[in-house]
Design a protein around this ligand. Structure first.
Ligand SMILES: Nc1nc2c(ncn2[C@@H]2O[C@H](COP(=O)(O)OP(=O)(O)OP(=O)(O)O)[C@@H](O)[C@H]2O)c(=O)[nH]1
Ligand SMILES: [Mg+2]
Length: 329
């Protein structure tokens, strides 16, 4: 009996499908993405976030329609909702904070915000250290912090410097120049330039950070982003028709600002940056840089505390235990 000639054996073994396999798992699990809004009162924080996620959100004050004006935010309120686009599930949390920087004494006004961010890290660490860990931990760590700068100040105020420094140590900060329709294009360019100089003079290091893993494309993309900072934004939930086209914008006596028009403001750039180009990186950098720093500090402190306790116990006379450590039931 003669053997059939074998067809050429393919060298393809198929591990390249791992990306599809990962995608399926990933889609099934969904994704947590958490944003915090920080800045002076009335700077349009609530409005901007409603503009970014237009139509997907019911805001923290329980407003259902965009026609109602946003109310003053008075406490740190996380709102979570699951939104879905083409089969991708996003569990989105927006943490709105009351405006600050408008009181005569702003000392310590950032404390609740920093505490909120660190509390989420602590909660994650606690769950991660549990002997029986949950298979997936509900991630409440903040992945991006939108910091609203008042266009009327024209430069960084001492309070901005203080808060930005502290925030950028614990979270990915994205600075925005709020209500950009209130200043002319020339003023906007001048203020942006000035703020950029002040960021660097005060060594405020914003996301995106450079990394060894960056490809040439990443380097170019990130330097374009840095060039745009702070994003000059306009927020609006009002949709109207003008000359036959539907516009989301703000009407002024001198004309209409279309938030989705790149010539009018950087809103589209900001939205694309957060959602379309950098969302996954924001999540990764939070875990690998900010959370890791927190985790290392905490574990070191626990170790030092234990060493100090052990030392105190060995030098002090041992007390006679009054009860047996394990009680019989
Ligand atoms: N001109 C202009 N007005 C805006 C813009 N964004 C919001 N506003 C208006 O500014 C007012 C305050 O907006 P909010 O979104 O409530 O501001 P906030 O920062 O959330 O304020 P607090 O919750 O008090 O901290 C509202 O009347 C908005 O319609 C903008 O980009 N340009
Ligand atoms: Mg608000």
């Amino acid at each position: 009996m003669s053997m059939q000639p074998t067809a050429a054996i393919s060298e393809y073994v198929g591990f390249d499908t791992v990306s599809k396999q990962m995608e399926r798992k990933f889609l099934k699990r969904g994704l947590n993405f958490n944003i915090i809004l920080v800045g002076e009162s009335g700077m349009g924080k609530t409005t901007l976030v409603n503009t970014i996620f237009a139509g997907h959100l019911v805001d923290s004050n329980g407003r259902k329609s965009a026609q109602e004006q946003p109310r003053k935010t008075t406490e740190i309120v996380p709102t979570t909702q699951v939104i879905e686009e083409n089969g991708v599930r996003l569990k989105l949390s927006i943490v709105d904070t009351p405006g600050f920087g408008d009181q005569t004494n702003n000392e310590g006004c950032w404390i609740p915000v920093i505490k909120y961010i660190k509390d989420q890290h602590a909660a994650y660490l606690e769950r991660e250290l549990k002997p029986q860990r949950d298979r997936s931990i509900n991630d409440t760590r903040i992945h991006a912090c939108l910091y609203f700068l008042n266009p009327g100040s024209r430069s960084l105020r001492p309070i901005d410097i203080e808060v930005l420094r502290r925030l950028s140590e614990v979270v990915n900060v994205i600075p925005v120049l709020a209500k950009s329709d209130s200043i002319s294009l020339e003023e906007r360019a001048a203020i942006k330039k000035r703020l950029k100089e002040e960021f660097s003079q005060n060594r405020i290091n914003f996301y995106p950070f450079s990394s060894d893993e960056d490809t040439e494309d990443d380097v170019i993309m990130n330097s374009n982003i840095k060039e745009l900072l702070p994003f000059a934004v306009v927020g609006s939930e009002n949709v109207f028709t003008e000359n036959g086209t539907t516009i989301r914008g703000r009407r002024h006596s001198w004309g209409t600002v279309d938030v989705d028009n790149e010539e009018h403001c950087d809103f589209v750039h900001l939205r694309n940056f957060i959602l379309r180009t950098h969302m996954y990186d924001l999540i990764e950098v939070t875990a690998q840089r900010h959370y890791e720093t927190f985790r290392t500090q905490q574990l070191r402190q626990i170790k030092e505390l234990r060493a100090a306790q052990a030392q105190a116990q060995s030098s002090a006379p041992q007390p006679i235990p009054s009860i047996m450590p394990i009680m019989q039931k």
